[in-house]
Design a protein around this ligand. Structure first.
Ligand code: NAP
Ligand code: MG
Length: 478
């Protein structure tokens, strides 16, 4: 297995640019293996990247959608050709297992293919007019230069699900990837270049959120910002963007619940909860992080859940037998552990897991969690699952809707009426019946309610281009 170090560069106006100031990323599963080195960009580099994006905007916008789509299709091909290299890099840099990383790469390629096809889809409509001698129609124009700020947990898929709809709609972009996963973004940028994306259409600036990220968000020449990450950072970006009237899309955290109904197949419920909570080391915005079971079902459910969780093999993401990788950083591990300690102090009981060693944390199940406990309400972003008991269906729904978040939610039941009622009353952007709270189709809208999103626009699917376009209405009298 190759253990090469990726030397990431900024990509600005088609040129790969290094810097004296660099940041290093070590493999979280093998502390002594250097995975990537990246330049640390400052305000000046952001200025250059935005200028390059601005300069290339008119030519890119005036190309046909079909031609722009063709570039995305070739990017998908380039990424598929490097799929195994990309998956290995993600596994080494971010820490998800090789199987999970392969899934991410495949999904990113599918996303590129989906948006490639949108180059041929209508963007606008024809309307009947009150004037009989009028041709009335709307068109959608690109917004201009878009800043994309992305988190570390899907280092290729998230930049793709923002960049692909932005590009096919005719925008040019500047990406500021999460600073701990620069190598993955570098590989993706190489795929765009190999596909013949014109210089300056996609630019990448590496560096910290506080410096490069903030400079991008504040930049007066950036017309729109699409951000995925934590609520705290998202809120600040919202204020900064509002001040200068820039369009902003924020997809933030989650505290996703799974409701296990009395009629549920307990094996299925346990499987969905274990995979939803501990897959991707729990580091997914849609991870299952709380379960509500009805009184009387708790022990049966926990027995099945613990048995299923025992099958999880923690280890090096590159080992094919591993089904759960490390926590992404030492800092995140400390955060995860402190949430567990707080839960225990609040009166929760450890059912299994809770053991941290090196950069690994065993899958952690907590019971006797009350809806007002912090562990029932706050995002952990690690392999920690809180189990709560409800005494009535009404109480179950109160608990399910009882956090400030509303990203993904699931129910396990074979009662169709219960499933439909759940879908109607749950306050979440993504609802799953008898399926994982994680994972979505590329052609479906994705996003959260309440504190999980600023809620103005949805990502992914056909609706993603709403954010990246402006509507023009034209009246042609004849
Ligand atoms: P984060 O700390 O908020 O960082 C996200 C991005 O913002 C990174 O590129 C970061 O740079 C940058 N940033 C930090 N401070 C900034 C500032 N002041 N101005 C501009 N940019 C700034 O989030 P994360 O730790 O990478 O990711 C975990 C979070 O993402 C979780 O809350 C998770 O729920 C959320 N998430 C949501 C979704 C969704 O679709 N709803 C999907 C995945 C993840 P640095 O890397 O240098 O800090
Ligand atoms: Mg962070």
């Amino acid at each position: 297995m190759t253990a090469a170090c990726v030397e990431a560069r900024h990509l600005i106006g088609g040129r790969w640019i290094g810097a004296e100031r660099t940041a290093r990323r070590w493999n979280p599963a093998r502390g002594d293996e250097l995975v990537s080195v990246a330049p640390v960009g400052d305000r000046n580099i952001v200025d250059e990247a935005v200028a390059a994006a601005r300069a290339s905007a008119p030519a890119w916008a005036s190309m046909t959608g079909e031609a722009r789509g063709a570039v995305l299709a070739r990017t998908a091909g380039a990424l598929r050709a490097r799929a195994s290299e990309a998956a290995t890099l993600i596994a080494r840099e971010e820490g998800k297992t090789l199987a999970e990383a392969s899934g991410e790469v495949g999904r990113a390629a599918a996303m590129l293919e989906f948006y490639a096809s949108l180059g041929r889809q209508p963007l606008g409509s024809t309307l009947p007019s009150a004037d009989g001698s009028m041709h009335l129609y709307t068109t959608r124009e690109p917004v201009g230069v878009v800043g994309l700020v992305t988190p570390w947990n899907f280092p290729i898929a998230i930049p793709v699900w923002k960049a692909a709809p932005a590009l096919v709609a005719g925008n040019t972009v500047v990406v500021k990837p999460a600073s701990i996963v620069p190598g993955s973004m570098h590989l993706l940028a190489e795929c765009f270049e190999e596909a013949g994306l014109p210089a300056g259409v996609l630019n990448v600036v590496h560096g910290s959120g506080g410096e490069a990220g903030q400079a991008l968000v504040e930049h007066p020449e950036v017309d729109a910002i699409s951000f995925t990450g934590s609520g705290a950072v998202g809120r600040r970006i919202n204020i900064t963007a509002a001040e200068r009237m820039a369009r902003v899309q924020l997809e933030l955290g989650g505290k996703n619940g799974m409701l296990v109904m009395p009629d549920a197949d307990m094996e299925l419920a346990a499987d969905l909860c274990a995979r939803g909570a501990f897959g991707l080391t729990g580091q997914a915005c849609t991870a299952t992080s709380r379960v509500v079971v009805m009184e009387g079902d708790e022990q049966r459910f926990l027995d099945a859940l613990v048995a299923r969780t025992m099958q999880i093999r923690i280890g090096d993401p590159l080992d094919p037998d591993t089904t759960m990788g490390p926590v992404v950083t030492e800092q995140q591990l400390r955060t995860d552990v402190s949430w567990i300690e707080r839960a225990l102090a609040d009166g929760a009981e450890l059912v299994s897991g809770g053991v941290a060693s090196g950069s690994f944390l065993t899958p952690t199940i907590l019971r006797r969690v009350e809806p007002e406990h912090a562990i029932a309400r706050e995002e952990v972003f690690g392999p920690v699952l809180a189990v709560m008991v409800a005494r009535s269906p009404e109480e179950a729904m109160r608990i399910m809707n009882g956090t400030e978040y509303g990203l993904s939610a699931g129910i396990v039941t074979s009662d169709l009426a219960a499933a439909m009622e759940f879908s109607r009353t749950i306050d979440a952007g993504v609802i799953k019946v008898n399926r994982l709270t994680t994972g979505t189709d590329v052609n479906a809208p994705f996003g959260g309610m309440r504190a999980s999103s600023n809620g103005l626009f949805r990502e992914q699917g056909f609706s993603a281009t709403d954010f990246f376009t402006r509507v023009k209405t034209t009246y042609v009298g004849f």
